[in-house]
Design a protein around this ligand. Sequence first.
Ligand code: HEC
Ligand code: HEC
Length: 332
Amino acid sequence: MKILISFLLISSSFFLFGEEINNAELRLLATKSGLESVPKNHKELLKKLDTAENKLTNQKINLGRTLFFEPLLSRDETLTCASCHKMNEGGDDNLPTAIGYRGRTNPKHLNSPTVLNAALSKFLFWDGRAKSVEEQASGPMQAHFEMNLTPKELVKRLSKSQMYQNSFKEVFDGNITFENVKKSIGAYEKTLLTRGKFDEFLDGNNKAMSEREKIGLEIFIKNGCVKCHYGIALGGQSIEKFPKYKSSAFPFKNIGNFKGKDGKYLFRVPILRNITKTSPYYHNGEVKKLSTVIQIESEYETDKKLNKKQINSILEFFKTLDGKLVDYGIDG
Ligand code: HEC
Ligand code: HEC
């Protein structure tokens, strides 16, 4: 009897203790690997993303939102930033390559990345050539295959509008300049952050993720995906070789013949938040299925090939990266 009782005591405490440790250990492993949750309120947002060069005031963010949805930013007044970065479709356009001014396609056949959580990246664009969302914003407005407008013409157009005169007065002492347009759009993009089950788990809720999802997270970390896909957005922090572990060319047709930074097969590591919603994948949108991408990544970007079960576990984990826009209380 005595033995039985002590056995029960030991096994039950082991069970409880064991489970507690697993979650805590997994969380620690995740944070040690550079994974972090998305700021959940206004105070945390400012702590993470406010800068002296571009203060995140509510008026500026609201002006940026108006500009993001403003057709005046494109030459024939038909396109807005949201034409290719649709908020309700994962922040991208779900096309293999972007279609811009008068139906012109991206000359390198590049895929539109999501704008959601993009502000968390240190490097932007597929070759990582921009260092901030403010810097990035000047690209699409001027590109002749995107919005095709000169900064001069843009300033002229906005200056004619009473509404913009008033807003720029409030935010920038009336200076309607291209720089200030970029700053406003950048400020707005810094609020386009999403939180999902993964964030709840990292913040301490053990029940936010299922066992299968947790197993997927563990494989993602232990199999080395996290060596490149780290940071709050699980990517965007570095520029890496693709393919890394194979000398052969791309594992998909390289339509557009884009070879990354300096033509050296160096690509900005894409962010993985809302990844289930941003098909097709890779720089030219050549791969549609996420499970195929995970299999390719394990063969070409890590030295450990994953089996089907492991691929499915990572897929389960990826669903916890789907998120909803955080309400930072800025609207109005
Ligand atoms: C015609 C479609 C189109 C329009 C319009 C457009 N974009 Fe993009 N966007 C793209 C494509 C394609 C890329 C990738 C280009 C590259 O890497 O060279 C991109 C890249 C980005 C990125 C970088 C994301 C990352 O993770 O690297 C951000 C941010 C962004 N766009 C914001 C904007 C803003 C702000 C506007 C409006 C001023 C805008 N876009 C207008 C298609 C578009
Ligand atoms: C050595 C760095 C590195 C490692 C390790 C790595 N990746 Fe990637 N990953 C990249 C790069 C770079 C790209 C973009 C390549 C391109 O588009 O040409 C990419 C693309 C992706 C994409 C497609 C993103 C999109 O928006 O199109 C997914 C999903 C992905 N990786 C998941 C994984 C998984 C899962 C693992 C682990 C099995 C992994 N990666 C390991 C660097 C890495």
